[in-house]
Design a protein around this ligand. Structure first.
Ligand code: SF4
Length: 264
């Protein structure tokens, strides 16, 4: 499959999203794959909205790219932030970098800073679009281009699922699309600054994300691993919802002890 064919396939899928699934929204992380979709959606799909999540721990290069995108395409991409009370309670209990201490604390941080704001951003939408590729990680091999996302209650569309990393870079170069300066420093997948590092030649493209964890299990919760869906679902069901906890924290202001945030 050459690049033109793959682009045409993406356009066909997005045509269908714009005609059948509005309100639809593209969750833009400003990584290389998402810059392909940013370029296509900004140029051809005014009916598809975009948003981004600001976890509060993003690298400076991502903010620079946000500004570049706004200037290049003349668009404002709404930014969703985590609930401040939930972040404050987590930091009070586990410290600013508690996510290094265990997988559970890392997932709890991701839940507060990413998953809960994502759910708010998706509320009322019929579909969300992601830049996922099957080749990115073992956790993404079983995904489909269009599937119902039961966790969020809407259709999940991944138009780049069959693209290779060279396809992504060929597109960015051919259409002179802006991209994060971190990619030129060896970062293949970009997330929060403290949880992302550059990779070395031969490493998996997502090896730099939560590099201290087992690659078979690492996802942040935005795109749950279908292979472990049951286990994850039961663990989250056993935990109080973060929004509920947040309401609790708001009621416990003025020096009262913060509520503990635990996924399991
Ligand atoms: Fe927290 Fe790291 Fe997840 Fe960002 S990637 S939300 S800093 S654990």
């Amino acid at each position: 499959m050459n690049l033109d064919y793959k682009i045409a396939k993406v356009r066909t899928l997005l045509d269908r999203v714009q005609s059948d699934y509005v309100p639809a929204v593209f969750a833009n992380s400003f990584g290389a794959e998402d810059m392909v979709l940013t370029d296509i959606i900004a140029r051809y799909y005014p009916g598809i909205e975009m948003f981004t999540l600001d976890t509060g721990r993003l690298p400076e290069e991502t903010y620079n790219l946000m500004r570049e995108v706004a200037e290049r395409y003349g668009i404002y991409i709404p930014v969703y932030f985590p609930e401040s009370a939930a972040v404050e309670a987590y930091v009070a209990q586990y410290g600013p970098n508690g996510f290094y201490d265990s997988v559970d604390l890392r997932k709890t941080c991701c839940h507060i800073r990413k998953v809960e704001p994502l759910k708010r951003a998706l509320r009322g939408k019929r579909a969300w679009i992601t830049g996922l590729r099957r080749g990115q990680a073992p956790t993404r091999k079983d995904l489909s281009e269009s599937e119902f996302d039961a966790g969020n209650g809407l259709q999940k569309i991944s138009p780049l699922l069959d693209w290779s990393l060279p396809d992504v870079w060929a597109y960015l170069k051919q259409f002179d699309v802006p991209y994060s300066a971190l990619h030129d420093k060896g970062y293949t997948s970009i997330g929060c600054a403290p949880c992302t590092r550059a990779i070395t030649p031969g490493e998996d493209v997502r090896a730099g994300r939560w590099w201290w964890e087992n690659p078979e299990i690492k996802e942040c919760g935005l795109h749950p691993d279908k292979r472990h869906k049951t286990a994850v679902a039961s663990r989250l069901a056993a935990a109080p919802a973060v929004s509920d906890q947040t309401q609790g924290v708001e009621k416990k202001e003025h020096g009262q002890a913060p509520i503990k945030y635990r996924v399991s």
